[in-house]
Design a protein around this ligand. Structure first.
Ligand code: SF4
Ligand code: SF4
Length: 482
């Protein structure tokens, strides 16, 4: 891990904060941060698979949830584009977009949207797209691959252990399978409402909880049955390349696709791993078993940000995605966390200011309302009531995707928490804002002043000649796991 000293000295940092020479007052509010910066960094580095000291476990998530209002979302009806426009409007948008994309790729006129950039996008996504079209996908996701042996087939008893041993074993396995962070959540009367009412694919079978020994998919009744008791949520993320995501266009799309694919591969591996041990894992396509951000929040992997994405302490929202698998191997659930991210979003509106479609709320105040209906847009098809939130207008976002021929991702790339260098001054900033909101405005301005965010258009294509680490990710700067 690189040293804090090689990047900025304590004195410089204090100066940058305007706190050099400050006495009790402000510095006292963030005392642990400024008492010994080296200790801060080493504390983070030594806590294997644990959050840094400035991340607090809390009983209630920082996203306020009204469990009486929240209901299982009718995922089979989810629609963020075609249901809000006429068929003619949809066709017209898609035809125009296609024509413009062909012109750009033919002339290589737009950095980030050339033919070879598009090839990176398709390469990043190809595995996900392929798996999503497999005829047996629903059965495989629910019941596992037939080719994977069970303990009975191997002639051995199933694995047994305590919930803590189960958690440790799954964390170790998932890390080996490619996960960046791993956690666990209880599936109880409340959190069960965070499991989709239908599978988000194919024939959209209903998901029901019943007394049953194992999960199953019945194609005749179009129903997925999940055992009612003894189930737990395993949640994991994988990191996404910030450098590539900051090059808006097809390159950024490729980074998202590659990370989705890595996340998806890790869950298939987990499922096979558990089947060999004698347990099941109900997996899902990239839309998850339920709201992915919600499961990231409930398992303590991060907080929900204004951008409607999970903000993790380590890498901000530069991850895909808090994938949740329903397993029956007993694990020890964790609590939600608070490191000041959601409070920071109250002041910071950077993602909303830079969102090209206006899909992100710029309101300071949170609301229990979902996006209000307008024109022919029906927000109940994409928002689920029950959260005190900055609701995301999925239609505006997706319309922009359809018009630009990209998956955008600007909000994720520009987020103040999306920084690669976990051992630098950014760690100190995060430790500070976890302790006090007093400096939040200053940090927002500092981020803007340093010009963090998207790569300038004339440098996007330098991606093809720059050397970069595997997956475009600086794993060596991973303060929490090195
Ligand atoms: S992906 Fe783009 S359009 Fe969608 S919310 Fe983020 S910034 Fe806005
Ligand atoms: S850019 Fe700012 S407001 Fe948006 S999610 Fe990140 S911290 Fe929150």
């Amino acid at each position: 891990m690189s040293s804090f000293h090689s990047i900025v000295s304590r004195r410089d940092f204090m100066k940058a904060l305007g706190l050099a020479g400050a006495g009790v007052g402000t510095t006292a509010a963030v005392a642990p941060v400024f008492r010994d910066l080296d200790e801060v960094i080493s504390t983070s580095a030594e806590s294997d698979y644990a959050n840094p000291w400035w991340v607090k476990e809390v009983d209630q998530p920082t996203t306020e949830i009204d469990w009486n209002i929240l209901q299982r979302f009718q995922k089979g009806s989810y629609n963020n584009f075609t249901a809000h426009l006429t068929t003619e409007e949809v066709k017209a948008i898609q035809a125009k977009t296609k024509q413009e994309a062909i012109a750009r790729m033919t002339s290589s006129s737009k950095p980030g949207q050339t033919l070879r950039d598009n090839a990176i996008k398709v390469g990043g996504w190809a595995g996900v797209w392929y798996r999503m079209t497999q005829p047996n996908l629903t059965k495989d996701l629910v019941e596992g691959w037939d080719t994977v042996p069970t303990p009975e087939m191997l002639g051995v008893p199933k694995w047994q252990g305590t919930p803590e041993e189960g958690s440790n074993m799954i964390t170790q396995a998932l890390r080996f399978f490619g996960a960046s962070s791993v956690s666990f959540a209880e599936i109880n009367e409340n959190t069960r409402k965070m499991i989709w009412a239908q599978m988000p694919q194919g024939t959209y079978p209903d998901i029901t909880f019943e007394e049953a020994p194992k999960p199953s998919f019945n194609s005749a009744s179009n129903k997925v049955i999940i055992p009612d008791t003894g189930i737990y949520a395993v949640v994991h993320t994988v990191r996404q390349s910030l450098d590539t995501s900051s090059r808006v266009g097809y390159l950024s799309d490729g980074a998202a696709g590659q990370a989705y694919d890595n996340c998806d591969i890790a869950q298939w591996r987990l499922q096979a791993f558990l089947k060999v041990l004698g347990y099941f894992s109900v997996s899902q396509n990239i839309q998850g078993n339920g709201p992915i951000v919600g499961w990231g929040v409930m398992s303590g992997l991060g907080e929900q940000g204004r951008l409607a994405h999970l903000i993790t302490p380590g890498w901000g929202p530069m991850i895909r995605q808090s994938t949740m698998n329903i397993v029956n191997l007993p694990v020890a659930p964790k609590k939600p966390i608070d490191f000041g991210a959601r409070k920071f979003c109250i002041t910071c509106k950077k993602c909303a200011d830079l969102c090209p479609s206006g899909a992100l709320s710029k309101e300071t105040k949170l609301t229990w309302d979902i996006v209000q209906a307008y024109d022919s847009v029906k927000p109940n098809l994409f928002n689920n009531p029950g959260l005190n939130n900055w609701p995301l207008d999925h239609f505006k976002c997706n319309r922009y995707w359809n018009e630009s021929d990209t998956y955008c991702g600007v909000c994720q790339a520009v987020c103040v928490f999306s920084k690669d260098d976990a051992s630098s001054v950014h760690e100190i900033v995060k430790a500070t804002l976890a302790k006090t909101t007093m400096l939040n405005s200053f940090f927002v301005n500092m981020d803007k002043g340093f010009g963090y965010g998207l790569k300038p258009e004339d440098t996007i294509e330098e991606w093809w000649t720059n050397s970069f680490p595997v997956n475009g990710i600086h794993y060596d700067n991973d303060a929490y796991y090195n």
